[in-house]
Design a protein. Structure first.
Length: 183
């Protein structure tokens, strides 16, 4: 799992906003970090910032990025509404305590798992025993990890960085190990 690198927030541009100059440099470091890994598939949220974070890695491998709409970031609040970061963060915290909670127009943790986990399970089945890189977002990454191990929640999300890289080891559809490999 590769959480996207730094991306400047632009209201209304969730789908298209790319990386900052620092984020672009960090994406190259992600590619360097994973240089020695045997990678069979690079996939991503269809949002540009997630794809941009894994683009150089995919290019170095001569792999196309397989984009999944089901892996886009969770809007905790409707995309056409604005709110202070403090209130959004409180809502994110509540959403990990109550999987049916979201602000108006937002998506609950349970709803996100319903759209993302079938993609994960399909990938785990099709690429069993192989290495997959997934370009993702902080909430999405945490919600997926939480599905397999409920120790991953708000506190984990809060401490993760942009970018961040985690190696998840699965046996069939069971999460066996998680290792942070971003430095």
């Amino acid at each position: 799992m590769v959480r996207h690198a730094e991306s400047p927030y632009i209201f209304g541009e969730e789908r298209r906003r790319g990386l900052s100059p620092e984020g672009t440099a960090a994406a190259a470091k992600v590619a360097d970090l994973l240089e020695s890994e045997e990678i069979h598939l690079v996939c991503s949220s269809s949002y540009e910032r997630a794809m941009a974070t894994v683009r150089e890695l995919a290019a170095r491998r001569n792999l196309e990025i397989q984009a999944f709409e089901e892996l886009v970031e969770r809007p905790i609040l409707g995309l056409h509404q604005q709110m202070s970061w403090e209130l959004i963060e409180e809502a994110i915290k509540e959403s990990f305590d109550n999987f049916d909670y979201a602000l108006e127009g937002g998506e609950t943790t349970r709803e996100v798992q319903k759209r993302a986990i079938p993609v994960m399970e399909k990938l785990l089945e099709e690429y069993a025993g192989k290495t997959i890189v997934i370009g993702t977002h902080g909430n999405m990454m945490t919600i997926i990890m939480n599905y397999y191990d409920n120790r991953y929640g708000y506190a984990f999300w809060k401490q993760s960085s942009k970018p961040d890289v985690y190696r998840l080891t699965f046996q069939e559809n069971r999460l066996m190990a998680v290792e942070r490999i971003w430095e």
